[in-house]
Design a binder for this molecule. Structure first.
Ligand code: ATP
Ligand code: MN
Length: 463
């Protein structure tokens, strides 16, 4: 008999019908006359309750129904007398598909996330991680849907590249040479390497994304990104997924509109499509989760220049607010705690900070007439800090080349990039959203290692 997914069983009102459920045992408790087994198959956060009469089955069979065991159950769908569930299955046949011995690491409830991270291959079977990864899937769908509906083309940029994407982050080298034998970097004959030159894993698809946007009009990337940054923070991974839309003829105000509209759409999508999982996380992980998500969708984001932001931070320091990283004034790079002060304490709303000092931002950002600032537009979020980094791009060939020289970058590495400014240059803008930062926000989870199935961080590449 074909099995019915738990999510469909719980919706069904075909009482009296014989059905088959398959899944993993969450809990098993027994009275003298009857056993209750909560079965979950990952299709929903909810379990289906199996009711098995004690005298109908072998005691040996019941002994094998331990937390984590995999079962197939055939029985009658019945209206449940228990509160909180509409239906249950009265078991006629129970088959143990996979027994689960007592050393199952996910057996106990309430294990810490640090503990569960060591069992990333098994933590997927817990309620919390089931909820997180169902939501992660839904957010990916929302992102594709948003861009598709708004006329953006999904554009795949290379994962192995010889470009360093403005030094957005430290890079992982890709090579078929045995570097241990060939010697140190300067002596390596890269012409003998696979690609005939030094290559690395991409730190951002933006530069190639711009090539797409200046041809197709509007594109977005959605792919893996790699940064060998030794930053052991709850918001950085060495391998993460990034979404990078890039749009021709877009100015700074339109860019900020896009950032705000897009992220609100994603959050609203979660509210509309992940209700059960969000309700669970709201109860178990963060009691303010739903409230926070709803308020982000409702509120207008504050649009704040970097200069105003620094003034607010300086005033806060004068008023006695203490920060771990000092507020050193105009020109400083904001630390996450500064961003969160502005968002969580000062405005109590998301902030799109813009017009950053040129020195702290990338070479490709469009310069403002003041000669000091650039049209960067970062979105700062409660709990997360920077969730989006965006900017209008410098479209003027001469200005862009000057900036490349001023920064001591090697012009020859950017010839293809400069060509977009040389041949039919157009104003354009775009941003990068870290997918896992969005998932962190939407799920209420605290650590970015817990919103990607198999996290890669310094000294950790298990699985
Ligand atoms: P941060 O200052 O937080 O390190 P960044 O300025 O390096 O971020 P960008 O280079 O602008 O970030 O990348 C765009 C987006 O990618 C960021 O807004 C963030 O959401 C995400 N991101 C950047 N680095 C990481 C990382 N190591 N792990 C996960 N997401 C990241
Ligand atoms: Mn960074």
């Amino acid at each position: 008999m074909k099995r019915t997914k738990v999510i469909d069983i719980l919706k069904s009102e075909d009482y009296g019908k014989t059905i088959v459920a398959k899944g993993w045992v969450r809990t098993h408790r027994a009275s003298k006359v009857v056993h209750f087994i909560a079965l979950n198959d990952g299709s929903t956060i909810h379990n289906v309750q199996i009711v098995a009469d004690t005298d109908k089955f072998d005691e040996e069979l019941f002994k094998q129904i331990t937390t984590g065991a995999c079962l197939s159950v055939e029985g009658e769908l019945c209206k449940s007398p228990a509160a909180g569930q509409a239906s249950e299955i009265h078991a006629a046949k129970i088959e143990i598909l996979g027994p689960c011995p007592g050393d199952y690491p996910m057996q106990k409830k309430g294990q810490s996330f640090e503990y569960m991270r060591q069992y990333a291959h098994l933590r997927l079977r817990t309620n919390t991680f089931g909820a997180v990864f169902r939501i992660r899937h839904n957010m990916a769908i929302a992102i594709h849907k948003y861009f598709h509906d708004h006329g953006f083309y999904y554009f795949n940029t290379p994962i192995i590249t010889s470009s360093d994407a403005e030094g957005a982050g430290e890079m992982f080298q890709v090579t078929t040479l045995d570097l241990a034998r060939t010697g140190k970097d300067d002596h390596v004959a890269y012409d003998r390497d696979f690609f005939g030159k030094k290559t690395n894993l991409t730190v951002s698809g933006q530069l190639e994304g711009e090539l797409g946007a200046t041809a197709l009009g509007a594109i977005y990337t959605f792919g893996p990104t790699f940064r060998a940054e030794n930053s052991n923070t709850p918001r950085h991974l060495a391998e993460f997924w990034m979404i990078e839309p890039e749009v021709a003829f877009m100015d700074k105000d339109e860019l900020m509109d896009l950032e705000e509209d897009f992220i609100k759409y994603c959050v609203q999508w979660a509210l509309d499509n992940c209700q059960d999982d969000l309700a669970f996380l709201n109860k178990m992980i963060d009691k303010t989760l739903l409230e926070t998500l709803q308020s982000v969708v409702k509120e207008n984001f504050v649009r704040l220049s970097y200069t105003e932001g620094i003034e607010i931070l300086e005033q806060a320091v004068r008023d006695g607010r203490k920060f771990e990283f000092p507020v050193t004034g105009w020109g400083m790079d904001l630390a996450s705690e500064h961003e969160r002060y502005l968002v969580e304490e000062y405005f109590k709303r998301p902030v799109i900070m813009n017009d950053y000092p040129s020195e702290i931002k990338a070479f490709y950002m469009k310069k403002n007439p003041d000669g000091k600032t650039m049209q960067g537009t970062d979105v700062l979020f409660p709990r997360i800090g920077e969730i989006i980094g965006g900017s209008v791009r410098e479209e003027n060939y001469g200005k862009l080349l000057d900036e490349i020289h001023a920064r001591g970058m090697d012009e020859s590495n950017y010839s293809w990039y400069l060509d977009t400014r040389k041949y039919g240059s157009c104003p354009h803008a775009g941003f990068g959203l870290g997918f896992e930062r969005l998932i962190l926000f939407v799920t209420g989870m605290q650590n970015i290692r817990d919103v990607i199935p198999f996290p890669r961080t310094p000294k950790n590449a298990e699985f």
